[in-house]
Design a binder for this molecule. Structure first.
Ligand SMILES: Nc1ncnc2c1ncn2[C@@H]1O[C@H](COP(=O)(O)OP(=O)(O)OP(=O)(O)O)[C@@H](O)[C@H]1O
Ligand SMILES: [Mg+2]
Length: 236
């Protein structure tokens, strides 16, 4: 199997952290040793329980320190490349790759959460997509379930392929019970038809984000076996 998965999304705030944690817990349940990494984050202090790194650490229960999970942290709530620029710092890809290498040596599978979407700048001449390309692992795309998601998800998938990445699947996330718009039931098949990518599941809005419930929801709503199969295929 591929050593890991890079989790991206069609936008910021779509649910990468929630889905990353849920998938990690689901794979752990199946006996995999699973690590998590958020290479670059902004908008919080490193130890803020609300930050992505700390949420991933708390939800998945990994024993790695937050410095091992997060390579670069910026307080300013702007995209990481801009936050680095404004802080007078540079994000060094070799630092990220070295940290990831260590985690990859420790676990069967490592989930790497991007920041925002694929075209988010990390510096003056590189983006999250470039980082995903250097890591070289298959890409999983988290998308919204509502009107607009076909366009966003097809664009993200096509751009990923054009940039040499390997998007293997889409997970729709966060449908609330009151959201009954007519596109919802058709969006998965339209994404599959126009982006030629499997939609592996639709995770609803969860009132309870405890690890147990996250894991159960992912196991119920996502075709985890198919994801594992796709990862094995990518690795061979
Ligand atoms: N299925 C869900 N059920 C309940 N809450 C959710 C769900 N998915 C996401 N959320 C909430 O929505 C917000 C955004 O989700 P999340 O932080 O996972 O997005 P993200 O894509 O990781 O964002 P970022 O680009 O900042 O990393 C969070 O407050 C999260 O707890
Ligand atoms: Mg996140």
């Amino acid at each position: 199997m591929s050593q890991g998965i890079f989790i991206t999304a069609t936008d910021t705030g779509v649910g990468k952290t929630v889905i990353t944690a849920g998938l990690a817990l689901a794979l752990k349940e199946q006996g995999c040793r699973v690590g998590v990494m958020k290479p670059v984050q902004s908008g919080h202090s490193l130890s803020d329980p609300e930050s992505d790194g700390m949420r991933l650490k708390a939800w998945t229960g990994v024993d790695d320190s937050i410095d091992e999970i997060v390579a670069y942290n910026f307080h300013l709530p702007v995209a990481p490349g801009l936050a680095a620029e404004l802080a007078g710092e540079t994000i060094d890809r070799s630092v990220i790759l070295e940290r990831l290498d260590r985690l990859a040596g420790k676990y069967d599978v490592v989930f790497v959460e991007g920041a925002g979407g694929l075209m988010v700048p990390l510096g003056s001449n590189w983006t999250i997509a470039d980082l995903a390309g250097e890591i070289g692992w298959p890409l999983l795309i988290v998308a919204r379930p509502l009107l607009g998601t076909v366009n966003h998800t097809v664009l993200t998938t096509l751009a990923a392929r054009r940039l040499g990445l390997s998007p293997v699947g889409v997970i729709l996330n966060g449908l609330r019970p009151e959201e009954t718009e007519p596109s919802v039931e058709h969006n998965p098949r339209l994404i599959e038809a126009f982006a030629q990518i499997p939609v592996l599941g639709s995770v609803p809005w969860l009132a309870d984000l405890s690890p147990e419930h996250l894991k159960e929801s992912v196991l119920e709503h996502v075709d985890v076996a198919k994801l594992l199969h796709l990862l094995q295929r990518e690795a061979s």
